[in-house]
Design a binder for this molecule. Structure first.
Ligand SMILES: *[C@@H]1O[C@H](CO)[C@@H](O)[C@H](O)[C@H]1NC(C)=O
Ligand SMILES: *[C@@H]1O[C@H](CO)[C@@H](O)[C@H](O)[C@H]1NC(C)=O
Ligand SMILES: *[C@@H]1O[C@H](CO)[C@@H](O)[C@H](O)[C@H]1NC(C)=O
Ligand SMILES: *[C@@H]1O[C@H](CO)[C@@H](O)[C@H](O)[C@H]1NC(C)=O
Ligand SMILES: *[C@@H]1O[C@H](CO)[C@@H](O)[C@H](O)[C@H]1NC(C)=O
Ligand SMILES: *[C@@H]1O[C@H](CO)[C@@H](O)[C@H](O)[C@H]1NC(C)=O
Ligand SMILES: *[C@@H]1O[C@H](CO)[C@@H](O)[C@H](O)[C@H]1NC(C)=O
Length: 518
């Protein structure tokens, strides 16, 4: 069980003193994309841990780096959920560009306690905290079970879901229905839900889907797609994972038959920070982009495009994730060698002095930023654009450098936040600027998206009791031990852009929107 019981969103007023004044250009944005009316308003869900909303990729890394910590894991996730109708039933599904299966729990599903596997023991359904369940026995519903097959999505932090795969209709917006989509109906799940969402809306490419032969999910063996993971598998390992057409494939095929007419073979996401705590989480638009002038979107720069890439370490060149190359990160300079000495007090004092001296020279934060390339070798590192990951994960040395610039500097405290970079909430007086350079264009973060505030509990040995406490963590974390250097641009980045996932052109389109009412 996690120590953090509640995710607390930042109050606007709390951090507003840190925000740079926004230049107002007042120009209208020339967009290469068609405007679509198939827009869903997303619901921002605070206070939850939904580990499985992260991509497999991210989970593996995070669980590896936290695996040996004795401190309880932190609950990080805020979900962005879309209202979706499956057959004729309504659900809120977590919008996840980092996975490809769309699934909901069956009304008779078994909730497993702890790590998913044949060894896990059943517990009450309430423990999994799903919002609603899919009722296959309701005769009004259409769900054609795909015979002799199953779906199973497991996540390396121990959560997962598995069960039936079947054809059903998926209503994505008031006038957009996909008549025939394979959807998973979980009969077994190990989950830590929020009582609102009921599974995942997987928006990644078909090769990431998880269909398996037979009906016993414990016979399923995932096929690795990152070479480095082969190393941990026994030499006689035989995977049996199959795939099926993911939602994005079915959706855009149907424009050629009786389905909806979509102008663009693309969907776009503008996540919004939810300052006012009214659940407004931005928009998800199929077939193009929303009105860019909406106050909650407020695009402030032209679009930049970059190709969707196969993971550099894949066996093949298939597209699975929305992977892009990042030139580098822009933030103020750090003193060489200072940021790798996080444990020493002397180094920490040196860092403070250094940052203070820098800060006194500063007129506006971005003017003194320097480009920190993503690799030392001159190539660009790959990053996955993932709406299902709460934080952003960058190369370890860059994360250490950036995190040393907060005042007071971030620190890694294994007792409270595991290997995450933590911040002193109470005394935080300076948040460094952070830009991401993609295809030569720099996308800045609003400083408010760089600090996450969490409520939790801490064991007080003096009084022998758990006491409420508050933690802050940096939005920028180490990308960890493995994965051949693939980073994640998660929700902090996506709250500052509109991202067009252009399936038709195999491109990502990005336009800045760090300033909007929320
Ligand atoms: C976890 O601890 C074990 C035994 O102490 C050690 O062998 C292993 O390398 C550690 N794993 C990580 C990820 O630190
Ligand atoms: C979900 O609802 C159950 C039962 O009402 C409650 O005990 C639990 O705390 C809720 N969980 C969350 C994350 O809201
Ligand atoms: C529609 O069909 C045409 C020709 O058969 C094909 O070139 C095009 O890619 C199809 N469009 C979609 C959205 O599948
Ligand atoms: C990954 O493994 C495949 C097959 O074993 C091999 O052909 C390929 O070169 C490897 N790719 C990398 C980047 O190591
Ligand atoms: C920190 O890194 C620098 C450059 O990589 C190196 O010269 C220095 O020895 C390192 N310091 C410590 C304490 O590891
Ligand atoms: C904030 O700074 C004050 C004064 O230096 C210190 O007493 C306090 O412990 C700090 N707060 C935290 C949470 O470290
Ligand atoms: C939109 O952004 C501009 C800065 O580019 C800002 O002045 C304006 O207040 C923003 N509008 C909304 C509704 O957030």
């Amino acid at each position: 069980m996690s120590v953090f019981s509640e995710f607390t969103f930042l109050l606007f007023s709390y951090f507003s003193f840190l925000v740079q004044a926004a230049p107002h250009h007042g120009r209208s944005i020339n967009s290469p994309y068609a405007t679509s009316s198939h827009t869903i308003d997303l619901k921002a869900i605070p206070g939850v841990s939904n580990p499985s909303s992260r991509s497999l990729h991210c989970d593996r890394r995070r669980s590896a780096s936290l695996a040996n910590q004795t401190a309880p894991l932190i609950n990080l996730d805020a979900s962005f959920a879309a209202p979706v109708k499956i057959s004729d039933q309504s659900f809120y599904l977590v919008v996840d560009t980092g996975s490809a299966d769309t699934w909901v729990p069956d009304v008779f599903f078994t909730c497993l306690y702890g790590e998913i596997g044949p060894w896990a023991s059943p517990t009450s359904q309430d423990e999994c905290a799903f919002g609603t369940y899919f009722d296959r026995d309701n005769s009004d519903l259409m769900f054609n079970v795909t015979p002799n097959s199953n779906f199973y999505a497991s996540y390396a932090d121990g959560s997962g879901a598995g069960g039936l795969l079947g054809q059903t209709s998926l209503k994505l917006a008031s006038s957009l229905t996909v008549p025939n989509q394979q959807v998973g109906v979980a009969t077994i799940a190990s989950w830590k839900g929020d009582n609102i969402t009921s599974g995942i809306l997987g928006l990644a490419y078909s090769p990431l889907t998880s269909k398996y032969p037979g009906t016993n999910i414990w016979d399923d063996k995932q096929c690795p797609f990152i070479n480095s993971s082969n190393r941990y598998l026994p030499s006689d390992y035989k995977c049996n994972q199959e795939t099926y057409p993911a939602l994005i494939e079915t959706l855009f095929q149907s424009s050629n038959n009786s389905g909806p007419q979509l102008q663009e073979k693309a969907f776009s996401i503008a996540l919004s920070r939810d300052h006012s705590n009214n659940f407004n989480g931005g928009t998800l638009t199929f077939g193009g982009i929303p009105e860019l002038s909406l106050p909650t979107v407020n695009v402030s720069s032209p679009f930049t495009t970059t190709p969707v890439e196969a993971l550099g370490s894949s066996h093949d060149k298939e597209l699975r994730f929305y992977t892009l190359s990042v030139d580098g990160f822009l933030f103020p300079p750090t003193a060489p060698g200072l940021y790798n000495t996080t444990s020493s007090t002397a180094a920490s004092q040196m860092r403070r002095d250094f940052v203070k001296s820098r800060r006194s020279q500063r007129s506006s934060s971005s003017t003194m930023d320097v480009m920190h390339p993503t690799t030392s070798g001159g190539q660009k590192a790959q990053f996955i654009l993932d709406s299902g990951t709460t934080l952003t994960y960058i190369p370890d040395a860059l994360a250490a450098a950036f995190n040393s610039l907060f005042e007071p500097p971030a620190y890694q405290d294994f007792h409270t936040t595991g290997s995450l970079w933590a911040l002193d909430c109470e005394n935080l007086s300076y948040v460094p600027s952070l830009g991401v350079s993609i295809a030569g264009e720099v996308f800045y973060h609003n400083p408010e998206d760089l600090v996450y505030k969490l409520k939790g509990q801490e064991y007080n040995y003096d009084i022998d009791e758990w006491v409420d406490t508050q933690y802050c963590i940096s939005a920028v974390q180490d990308y960890g031990l493995s994965d051949n250097g693939v980073g994640i641009l998660g929700q902090p980045f996506l709250k500052n852009v509109i991202a067009v996932f252009d399936i038709g052109r195999s491109e990502l389109g990005l336009a800045a929107r760090p300033y909007y009412h929320s």
